[in-house]
Design a protein around this ligand. Structure first.
Ligand SMILES: Cc1ncc(COP(=O)(O)O)c(C=O)c1O
Length: 399
């Protein structure tokens, strides 16, 4: 035990508390739905979950996971290439590729792993990868790793700024492969990437387009196929990464979807594929059932989209000014981190569970309470949440 280390960490933790930025974990006693039971508090409305389609506790999804325990046992007991590949992995990957509109897909333990894997595996020192300024942390770390492993060039372009991207790609004339990676929906803003212009710019420079659809799969497009469907561009994104941890069951597991060459090369060389166990069968089976549910019930996506409009309009009518957008991520900016945490505490006292985010998750001075809407919410749930926002917003002088 390092007492020096513990002393330093203890001091920093005390500082977090006194700055009002210390995070407290809340324990849920049952499955996530529109509402859940929170330890010590009883039932709360969940407005902070990636359970966009309400499939965490969908009976057919849960039953598929249980059946997979019986059929395949508790775990895969190996990495994929040794003896961890199960037929359920192939079924899941086929379904995911069909959903997002690519020839092939490959599963990872998480989308974090997928984003960590593809840049450092697919690129070399002759190449360049550019990333949107507001991309998810897993993409940022994926680029850092790629730079360290392969010595490829990395860079950042201004958020959704296609002129900046065009210029940066234009300067990279000596690069053999140019790759551009963006979130489909930016997780802290709820903004959607300008995909039509991004694809045009990338095609002009011969760059590979990579979109992380973690917050778009099951959410955007008439049938929930993601960012490409939203823009009528299915088949035009070269590589899509996405997760089972959000709309598709809320479990775990990530994907790289693209050409057969991309996924086969990742099977051969990606370290988070070669050196960690395969996705457990129950998780894979629940994810597959979630994809099948989505394909059979596109109306759930429409409910999610209608709920999103209803809640956004409700907040605006109360006098809040949520960041503009069309996605179920609806952030209310309150500037200081301590204010965001305070607001989320007061909302919890009113029975609404919604998390406040501050620095370093978002830039200093842009702390926010980030609402996330689900297709499982009823109008009564959303009305009750809006009443809580009205009360807390008035008590904090925000409206
Ligand atoms: C845009 C984005 N990419 C990747 C991830 C990581 O997904 P996973 O939970 O599957 O690791 C997240 C999760 O927060 C995300 O928001």
């Amino acid at each position: 035990m390092s007492t020096t280390l513990d002393a330093r960490l203890g001091e920093q933790l005390r500082q977090f508390r006194s700055d009002g930025v210390y995070k407290t974990l809340n324990f849920l006693e049952g499955p996530q739905g529109a509402r859940a039971r929170m330890e010590g508090r009883g039932e709360v409305i969940i407005l902070s979950s990636n359970n966009y389609l309400g499939l965490c506790n969908e009976p057919s999804v849960v039953a598929a996971g249980k059946a997979a325990f019986d059929r395949y046992g508790a775990g895969s007991a190996s990495v994929r290439f040794i003896c961890g590949t199960l037929t359920i992995h192939r079924e899941l990957e086929t379904a995911l590729a069909r959903l997002v509109g690519t020839p092939s897909s490959l599963s990872f333990m998480s989308c974090w792993n997928a984003n960590e894997a593809f840049p450092g595996t697919l690129l070399t020192e002759d190449d360049l990868i550019l990333s949107d300024q507001l991309n998810h942390a897993s993409i940022i770390d994926g680029l850092r790793l790629a730079k360290a492993i392969t010595r490829c060039q990395t860079g950042v372009y201004r958020h959704n700024d296609m002129k900046d991207l065009d210029e940066k790609l234009g300067q990279a004339t000596d690069r053999k492969i140019k790759m551009v990676v963006t979130d489909g929906v930016f997780s802290m803003e709820g903004a959607i990437v300008n995909l039509p212009d991004l694809v045009t710019v990338c095609r002009k420079h011969g760059a590979v387009v990579v979109v992380d659809d973690s917050h778009s799969t099951g959410v955007l497009g008439a049938t929930g196929r993601g960012t490409a469907e939203h823009f009528g561009m299915v088949g035009e994104v070269d590589i899509i990464t996405t997760t089972l941890g959000k709309a598709l069951s809320g479990g775990a597991g990530g994907f790289v979807a693209g050409s057969a060459e991309v996924t086969d090369y990742l099977i051969q060389r990606a370290r988070p594929q070669l050196f960690t166990n395969a996705l457990p069968a129950p998780v894979a089976a629940a994810g597959l059932a979630a994809i099948e549910f989505l394909e059979a019930h596109p109306e759930r996506v429409r409910t999610l989209q209608a709920n999103t409009r209803y809640f956004r309009e409700g907040l605006t009518a109360l006098g809040f000014q949520p960041l503009e957008g069309d996605t179920p991520i609806i952030p209310v900016i309150v500037c200081e981190t301590a204010a965001a945490i305070r607001m989320s505490q007061l909302l919890l006292e009113e029975g609404v569970f919604v998390t406040g985010f501050g620095y370093p998750v978002v830039p200093q001075g842009t702390a926010r309470v980030r609402c996330q809407i689900s297709g499982a919410h009823t109008t009564a749930d959303l009305d009750e949440a809006l009443r809580a926002f009205a009360k807390v917003g008035k008590s904090l002088g925000l409206i």
